[in-house]
Design a binder for this molecule. Structure first.
Ligand SMILES: C[S@@+](CC[C@H](N)C(=O)[O-])C[C@H]1O[C@@H](n2cnc3c(N)ncnc32)[C@H](O)[C@@H]1O
Length: 243
């Protein structure tokens, strides 16, 4: 299937999510695992951060509270998500939202000091290409962080693939780490972040069989993978020619 068709499918699907209000709803679901990830990242006030697959922009706005002297760019393939993110972020001068896909990030090389992506990477049509693009827009010595709930080592999420109307990648932690290394990242590491949210007695949603499976899923936790762009990894700046 051509890449443009894959992008169209993703855009249409996530536009539907946005129109149904699911962009906002995801803050409630993802925050319990995002907060420990942000603590590990230890963002500094002057950083420039890219939020890939930003959805309705809640995480970009949260990061903006930490990087008060830097810039936050949220990027999403869904124009409806971007529209909602912009609408909810009026007045925040150092935050902006752009339409784009991770495999062709509409930004200059070496601009960002961090890249974060929450619950998005397993949808990317070509995760290896996406990680190479993230590597390109990062400065040397700076790091990329991917947080996902759908990965092979957690058996309690495997059923999602069949329920989602767009293709997904069910990779293990080691496979994600290998993709990071292949893109050029060093100091690649991964860890689990358990979700401490209390599980209700009865579960009536569509993603888990019952409350016990939801509890087991949360106990396994989200997968956080990160890596650093080493010094000397960028192509040299074009040299001035002396005539
Ligand atoms: C499950 S939502 C998560 C949204 C947000 N990160 C959050 O936690 O609320 C996945 C998001 O990734 C975006 N996405 C999927 N594939 C993408 C791609 N190739 N490039 C950029 N964004 C993508 C979707 O449009 C959607 O907004």
């Amino acid at each position: 299937m051509p890449e443009t068709v894959k992008h169209d499918h993703l855009r249409e699907e996530f536009n539907r999510w946005a129109e149904a209000g699911r962009g906002q709803g995801m803050e409630h679901d993802h925050l319990p695992v995002v907060l420990p990830a942000l603590a590990l990242m230890d963002l500094q006030p002057d950083e420039n951060v890219l939020d890939v697959g930003c959805g309705s922009g809640w995480l970009s706005r949260l990061i903006a509270q930490r990087v008060t002297q830097g810039r936050v760019v949220g990027m999403d393939i869904s124009d409806e998500m971007v529209r909602q993110a912009r609408k909810a972020s009026g007045g925040l001068e150092h935050v902006m939202f752009v339409l784009g896909s991770v495999d062709e990030i509409p930004w200059d090389a070496q601009f960002f000091t961090r890249v974060i992506s929450v619950e998005s990477a397993y949808y990317w049509p070509d995760p290896a290409k996406g990680l190479r693009e993230i590597f390109r827009v990062l400065r040397e010595g700076c790091s990329a962080w991917i947080l996902i709930n759908y990965y092979r080592d957690n058996p309690h999420c495997h059923q999602w693939g069949a329920k989602l109307p767009v293709p997904t990648h069910l990779l293990s932690a080691e496979q994600w780490a290998a993709l990071f290394r292949a893109a050029g990242f060093a100091e690649v590491a991964h860890r689990r972040i358990p979700d401490p949210t209390p599980t209700p007695d009865v579960y009536s949603g569509r993603w888990f069989r019952d409350a016990a499976e939801l509890a087991a899923f949360r106990a396994e936790g989200a997968l956080l993978v990160h890596g650093t762009k080493p010094a000397g990894a960028s192509p040299p700046e074009p040299k001035l020619r002396v005539l």
